[in-house]
Design a protein around this ligand. Structure first.
Ligand code: ZN
Length: 657
């Protein structure tokens, strides 16, 4: 934990543009994961809004929901009339739903985003600029048994200390009551079990105070609760089948396929090996914000049913505190800590699992510091946490949210994924929500996509050990394998059988058939465990049904591959695994084709390139993307009653039909 003052007058915007300054300051705060994580925190500035008649309205420009401070723009702020906001604060009570309705209606620009739920708090603070974060160092001080005293000891009279209440109207009202006794001379306020607000006449002032206060907390913690980097060896391998089994159990509880990512760093190893792991890990999150992403507590160990039962009991116990009608959330864990396995971060998508991971990686040091040096970590009582988990605003969000992309939470493995059809399949499956592991002999596969849902592994598929290692790596990263697309294939050159090129024949068989057989054998246990039923799509070729002279090795290898897939369809149907085959032809936007080769081939048939590419019954151009679309459909649910099928993607071929 290192806190730095990063405001740079040369790159900062002109102070005459307060909103631009607020954007700049918000980004400085938002880009530091020790201060805010994934959409947490907010900011505002008070300045006039010029309406269409040319008159100025005194306004609050507050961060809109759905914007991340790290990359917020001016458009991320909603302008609201200050007078109206302060009037709302005079109401004796206001439900959060009513409050959000009022805030939404009060926007001076209907195109602006929904204002932050903390808008009224920002409005009542008299200073022009306000910044809010959930800095690790601050929540570390507030989540102690004697948190209030520690905050006072470390930050002195510079801050107002606000006891915990739910964010929203109640919090704004409480701060309004507390403000007269010290608000004016304070640099900020510490919200117990929540975070830090600072303010000033400019965002620069508020930022300077933010960094100053956090810096004091960081230095104090460094002195009184030093945290040393872990030196433990990372945790060892776990049987990937066991990992996949746990992911399936979790997915069943969640009622949908989940991504589960294993973490075994020295940091994690030290934490999970603690004798007090079970007691320490289950006291609650650093700030209630996190509960939506991590649940109240992690699962300690691997007993999924016991965790679910505990969750249901917690729900029933606290239900009377829910405001309004409540739908129970799924009882599946989002963080798992286990002395042997380390930590698993779980989410409905790779991105959600990443958020849970980031939050817990920031939680671990706070737990250790508090427990080893500061008299013990103490989070909010579960009832308060329940109120946030089942907050009416979150529940409403749940009802509004539409269906996620159809392959969300599923994980796919594709061979030959660095280019051509394989790469197009990777793009299409990710587009539809899946997390994808791509294998390829080309190192380009590693950075083929820049996405948290992408794992590129450089791998020669003809090496069975390398392929097995890639499968294991994929399971560590995403939890299991639901979809397999066999795309790796070579065309090692044309020639008559009479002049058999033995090395070319051998290498063709090795890549196109042997490697596929090895892969299928290797992935079978994972497909059989898949919470959605395994799906395999094999990319074969039109040549199987309609071979041509001169391509014996290629045609024979693909025919063998097709037969292999058909047998897999027969053998694996009882495991709920579907195996289907696509037979593309004339796909010219792949790695083996280039403009020169295309021109040469077209010339040979006395055609221009365009006509050459459209030599099929439909006169259409077949693209990698088109093949990938069919592959993704076969991997999805629409073909749930189809296995062993062979689908041409060739623009129509008389010899096949
Ligand atoms: Zn907050």
């Amino acid at each position: 934990m290192l806190i730095q003052y990063l405001w740079n007058d040369e790159s900062a915007p002109d102070p005459g543009d307060p909103l631009a300054e607020c954007v700049y300051g918000s980004r400085l705060i938002g880009s530091d994961p020790d201060l805010v994580l994934h959409g947490g925190g907010n900011s505002s500035v008070k300045m006039p809004f010029r309406d269409i008649t040319g008159s100025d309205v005194e306004a609050l420009w507050v961060k809109g929901s759905g914007w991340d401070m790290a990359d917020i723009e001016k458009e991320g702020f909603a302008p609201l009339p200050l007078r109206r906001l302060r009037r709302l604060l005079d109401l004796p009570s206001l439900s959060d739903t009513q409050m959000m309705r009022e805030l939404s209606a009060a926007r001076l620009d209907p195109a602006a985003p929904q204002p932050s739920v903390e808008t009224l708090l920002h409005a009542l603070i008299p200073h022009h600029a306000v910044l809010h974060s959930h800095a690790d160092a601050i929540v570390n001080l507030t989540n102690l048994s004697d948190g209030t005293d520690r905050v006072r000891e470390v930050l002195g009279e510079r801050v107002i200390i606000v006891p915990y209440v739910m964010p929203g109207f109640d919090l704004a009202r409480l701060v309004r009551d507390l403000w007269p006794a010290g608000g004016e001379k304070s640099a900020g306020m510490v919200l117990m079990n929540h975070g830090l607000f600072t303010y000033g006449s400019t965002t620069k002032d508020a930022y300077r105070r933010h960094i100053d206060l956090i810096g004091r907390a960081v230095r104090w913690l460094g002195l009184h609760a030093p945290y040393r980097p872990a030196e433990e060896p990372p945790l060892g391998r776990v049987d990937p089948v066991d990992l996949a089994r746990l992911r399936t159990e979790i997915s069943k509880l969640a009622g949908r396929p989940m991504i589960s990512v294993r973490h075994r760093s020295p940091e994690v190893a030290r934490f999970v090996r603690r004798d007090d792991l079970a007691g320490l890990a289950t006291r609650g999150p650093l700030t209630p914000d996190h509960i939506i992403r991590t649940k109240r507590v992690p699962m300690v160990g691997r007993d999924v049913d016991a965790f679910a039962e505990d969750y249901r009991r917690y729900y029933r116990r606290n239900l009377p505190r829910a405001r309004g009608e409540t739908t129970r959330l799924d009882p599946a864990p989002r963080v798992v800590v286990d002395p042997e396995w380390g930590m698993l971060s779980v989410g409905t998508s790779a991105a959600a699992a990443q958020v849970a991971s980031d939050i817990y990686h920031h939680t671990i040091p706070v737990l250790i510091r508090s427990e080893d040096h500061l008299g013990g970590y103490q989070a909010l009582p579960e009832g308060d946490l329940f109120e946030v988990e089942y907050w009416e605003l979150e529940q409403a969000k749940l009802k509004r949210s539409g269906n996620p992309p159809e392959l969300t939470g599923m994980t796919a493995l594709i061979t030959g994924a660095a280019s051509g059809i394989g790469r197009a399949c990777g793009a299409e499956l990710m587009e539809r929500g899946a997390a994808v592991t791509g294998l390829d002999i080309s190192p380009e596969v590693v950075a083929a996509f820049d996405s948290v849902g992408w794992l590129g592994v450089e791998c020669d598929v003809t090496d069975p050990e390398a392929q097995a290692a890639a499968i294991a790596e994929s399971v560590e990263r995403f939890g299991g394998i639901d979809i397999v697309v066999i795309c790796a294939g070579i065309f090692a050159g044309a020639g008559p059988i009479a002049d058999l090129d033995r090395p070319a024949w051998r290498s063709t068989m090795s890549v196109n058939v042997d490697a596929a057989a090895d892969l299928l054998a290797g992935v079978h246990p994972f497909l059989a465990l898949s919470p959605v039923g395994g799906r395999v799509v094999v990319v074969s070729t039109r040549n199987v049904a309609a071979p041509g002279p001169g391509a014996a090795a290629y045609s024979a290898s693909k025919a063998a591959l097709t037969q292999l897939a058909r047998v897999a369809a027969l053998e694996w149907a009882s495991d709920g695994i579907r195996v289907n085959i696509v037979n593309p032809d004339g796909v010219y936007d792949t790695g083996i084709w280039n403009e020169e080769l295309l021109a040469a081939r077209a010339a040979q048939y006395d055609l221009d390139v365009e006509s050459y590419q459209r030599q099929n019954l439909l006169g259409t151009k077949v693209t990698s993307h088109q093949v990938a679309t069919v592959v993704a459909e076969l991997a999805g649910d629409r073909f749930s009653a189809t296995t062993g099928a062979q689908i041409p993607i060739d623009g129509g071929n008389e010899r096949v039909i």
